[in-house]
Design a protein around this ligand. Structure first.
Ligand SMILES: [Zn+2]
Length: 322
């Protein structure tokens, strides 16, 4: 008669086999997904793209919501407190998020997704007064110059965000390393193709037509990457108040430079842009997605869709009218 393994020995063997199985199959088979909280919807999409089924992502500032004016609820602090990983944009865009995480008792790493991007300083000629005493105005100050936080609007920067997020997920969940690497590589390929598509599309539009007006200065990175000039009645924070003088100057500039179109943004009240359009005679180019994705059924439900939707709207408005 063969010697039987002890009960304890069998239990151990079963536990090891079960553990290996869980590692091989991933979280769909019993393992809890990694709880990640991102400050806003665009970051949330990046985390989802890289994390796939291994993560459960929550974006505090949701679709079509304005991160500049976000007012956290007490329940937000409690929920961040229990997150496995917290991801922020940085560059002064979402400083409230780090404070909220700490006050909610979050002890882990706060991943700054924009780490390593080539930043832009805010331009000085917004036509609004630079009174940054406003409660929610933002922009990370370096000496007297502030850094523009909207770095994700350059797809080259988005690739850096994704690399940072992949590294952070791997550090937080080493068992998922292969999944995160494979997802990040696939997604990076998509972003590379998107970047090339945007470059080619704007090169095909005459340089003197590549200028538009938007609600707030969210597109300087897009402008630098793809050769489009963006003007706006307010600065990088859409909570800043435009001055009457600044608005009048912008309308004069629209007429003098034959700027073809003005755009509203999904996160900003459209009334001021509508007034500027009416007084300048420029065309209404439609909606650009700046600081938030659209809802699931909308035209910008993911970052890639958002950039394509913006490209389409800009192309339609800037193309020479026959
Ligand atoms: Zn903004």
């Amino acid at each position: 008669m063969k010697p039987q393994p002890t009960t304890a020995g069998r239990r151990l063997a079963r536990a090891i086999a079960g553990g290996l199985l869980a590692l091989a199959l991933g979280p769909a088979h019993g393992q809890q997904p990694l709880d990640v909280t991102a400050s806003f919807s665009i970051l949330g999409d990046f985390v989802q793209q890289v994390g796939g089924e291994r993560v459960k992502v929550r974006s505090l500032v949701g679709a079509d919501e304005d991160a500049h004016a976000f007012q956290p609820r007490p329940s937000d602090a409690r929920e961040i407190g229990s997150a496995a990983l917290v991801v922020v944009n940085g560059l002064g865009f979402d400083d409230w998020m780090s404070r909220l995480a700490r006050s909610g008792g979050y002890k882990g790493t706060i991943v700054v997704a924009s780490d390593g991007v080539v930043t832009l300083e805010m331009a000085d000629d917004h036509g609004h007064d630079h009174d940054h005493g406003h409660k929610h105005s933002h922009g990370h100050k370096h000496g007297s110059k502030a850094i523009d936080p909207h770095a994700w609007q350059d797809v080259g920067n988005a690739r850096q965000y994704v690399a940072n997020i992949a590294a952070a997920l791997t550090a937080a969940d080493p068992a998922g390393a292969d999944t995160y690497r494979a997802n990040a590589e696939r997604y990076d390929g998509e972003l590379r193709a998107l970047d090339a598509e945007l470059r080619a599309a704007f090169e095909a539009i005459p340089a003197e037509r590549r200028k538009v007006v938007t609600s707030h200065d969210a597109f300087a990175y897009f402008g630098r990457a793809y050769g489009v000039r963006f003007l706006s009645p307010v600065g990088v924070s859409n909570n800043a108040e435009p001055t009457a003088k600044g608005v009048a100057r912008l309308i004069r500039q629209l007429k003098a430079e034959n700027i073809p179109a003005v755009f509203i943004e999904n996160v900003v009240d459209a009334r001021l842009i509508e007034r500027i359009r009416a007084e300048s005679g420029a065309r209404m180019g439609g909606t650009l997605y700046s600081d938030a994705l659209s809802g699931a059924g909308g035209p910008a439900a993911s970052y890639v869709q958002m950039m394509r939707s913006n490209l389409q709207a800009l192309q339609d408005a800037l193309r020479e009218t026959p």
